[in-house]
Design a protein around this ligand. Sequence first.
Ligand SMILES: Cc1cc2nc3c(=O)[nH]c(=O)nc-3n(C[C@H](O)[C@H](O)[C@H](O)COP(=O)(O)OP(=O)(O)OC[C@H]3O[C@@H](n4cnc5c(N)ncnc54)[C@H](O)[C@@H]3O)c2cc1C
Length: 435
Amino acid sequence: MILQNWWFTTLLGIEDPIEPPLVGDRKADVVIIGAGAAGLSSAYALMNSGVKVVVLERNICGGSSSGKSAGFLTPDSELELAQLERRFGNAGAAELWNVATRGVEMMAERVREHHIPCDLQVQDSLFLGNGKSGWEAVQDEVRSREALGFEQEQLDAQAVRSLIGSSAYSGAVRYKGTYGINALLYCQGMKKVLKEHGVVIHEASEVIGWKEHTVRTHLGSVNADRIIFCADKLSPQLSLHAENIFHAQTFLSISEPLGDDAARALFPSERFQCWDSDLVYSYFRMTGDGRLLLGGGDMLTTFAKNDVNSSRVIDQVISGFKKNFPQLRGLRFIQYWPGRIDTTRDLIPTVINEERTPWIHFVLGCVGLPWATFCGDLVARQTTGRSGPMDEKCYHYFRPDRKFLVPLWLERIIGKQIVFSLNNGWAKYYQVDVH
Ligand SMILES: Cc1cc2nc3c(=O)[nH]c(=O)nc-3n(C[C@H](O)[C@H](O)[C@H](O)COP(=O)(O)OP(=O)(O)OC[C@H]3O[C@@H](n4cnc5c(N)ncnc54)[C@H](O)[C@@H]3O)c2cc1C
């Protein structure tokens, strides 16, 4: 098994060239920094609106988190509905779930409208319970979904066994409206669509500073009326808000193609995207070409400061998977890769538009492609005065000064990782906000 992002391997097959870096000084109406799901969604919202848009990306479009992701398109990115309900109440939880659902739909709509070749797979979600506490989590999720009027199916252990060929799980929630995607090909496809509609994109163009209305790269600059930062791993030189962002590491692996018999042993009737109820959960789904994508992590490396490149963690994830699916004992995994996801302390995105710099937006810490897609669209619409009725509420949910259990100044005493994990665990399992 080699250390290499499988999605980069699939990129070898596409013909679109890399966009050349920015050289020289340009003017634009809007400059967007970062071309992951969020930045591309901003650019898409502005496309055809009569404004001149320039996108600056330090890697290639999708070259960071988006293009490393497992491509589960589900509103459940880290926060289950039951967790949102406890924290925000019925109405708030439904609003936020609908935000993430809208993000899923936006991506699927764009793929379909522009025929983006990115292996979009319709795959129902299966949230799998592990043991007794997992079964309770499943039942909580079903209760919340019913209370909030969402559709789902509750499955006991036997029903799960008939769907995924494993007797390891205590139950599951199944729901529709979710997809698998090759998110790197999606980003590259979006690049093509944007270019065809007049958006200027420069790859290999890192923004290293900004002053007033001008952002600077190594070889050039863009002066724009509006600036939208959708950049990850933000450097403190670009914004002091960088200190509000933390990272959670997860590991992915891809198998050789399963073949029909092995595929049926895993998914006897249809293919699902699956994740379990553990705090550091494992997740798997199949790609269109019949490979198994399997991911997970462990407590020690989730909050590690830097990428952990050894295969130790993913080896454990693979061996746990094979215990649950002994019929796939012989399956070979060929590539693996780690990725650190930008996140806030409570797993809800942060969107910043300060009074002293009203022309600048920051979209930070989106955990999940759907949230990133929604937030990119949100700020672009605000930038051009096309806000919708939900938008004000979203700015409220995503405001940077919302309540967190442990304040940032404690980092100096107990360390960034501990502050993050305490806030993270609190937001997920205990936090209740004043509504
Ligand atoms: C291994 C892994 C698995 C994941 N699996 C899933 C999943 O299955 N489903 C899901 O929904 N989410 C998943 N995620 C999370 C998801 O990928 C992210 O939440 C989402 O991609 C964030 O999108 P973004 O646009 O905010 O950030 P990014 O995709 O990180 O985009 C930010 C962009 O900004 C660029 N940039 C940064 N600094 C600068 C600069 N100074 N100048 C110019 N450009 C800059 C970066 O190169 C990058 O392309 C996963 C993440 C990882 C790492």
